[in-house]
Design a protein around this ligand. Sequence first.
Ligand code: SAM
Length: 282
Amino acid sequence: MNLEEETKFLIKKYNISANKNLGQNFLIDENVVESIINAAKICEDDVVIEIGPGLGTLTNKLLQKAKKVIAIELDDKMINILKERFLLYENFVLLKEDVLRVNFEDLLIEQNIQKNNIKIVANLPYYITTPIITKLLEEKVQVKSITVMVQKEVADRLTAIPGKKDAGAITYCVYYYCEPEKVLIVPNNSFIPPPQVSSEVITLNMRKTPIVNLKNEKIFFQMVKASFMQRRKTLINALNNAGIASKDVIKNLLNEMNLSENIRGEALSIEQFAELSNKLEN
Ligand code: SAM
């Protein structure tokens, strides 16, 4: 049975239909699954955290390669299928949980997992891609890499260079912690049901240390978020409106940095944002 036949068989056997509200688009393309596994460079010592295992297509491959697979799934119907399907695998841990509510620090302690060999692999539910990536990065979940299928436009934003085309607030967060890499554009007919949007696999490789030195991470990320919340406004106005600093203070700092007073936040590189936030902290 190929993956498409297997998926249709499971859907029929368990009498389920894909729940759009939960972003359920099941992978049926063997080559795409293989590319995801290869991009994640799974080896036998790795512990993989899979977000949204669904019917278990990726999970099945991950279980053959990794030391342990911890799968986090919200949907009861999927949980029942996964329990039955992978009953005999000793390296399989299944959690019925909303991924956005998982305390990863506690999870890793409970599962007695060394922090140096954890990888996230997932065909993500697209409706919560940005909150999931933000949570993993901001909570500093100690992973080596994050290899995920996401909506193409989101892939462009997550892998953009800060200050350049396609960048958003999350681009700075990703670039601060990770080296992003595009892996593969995935056609819509690689899924059942086909999603309305195009998809792409990306890998975020965690840096050993962040790319810039920050005196205060909180201020840095507040500044970035404030600039992109009002991206049509000048940086001076956006930061002033957000109550981060007065117009005069920002104006003086921009002058010190030889930047125009009319510059918008979206034009700043990560180094420039870092310098500005460090100056502000002083
Ligand atoms: N991994 C499967 C595959 O590739 O065929 C399914 C991927 S499907 C795009 C996304 C999966 O995430 C679904 O199984 C869905 O039920 C699950 N999901 C949606 N929201 C979730 C949440 N908040 N927490 C955990 N899982 C969630």
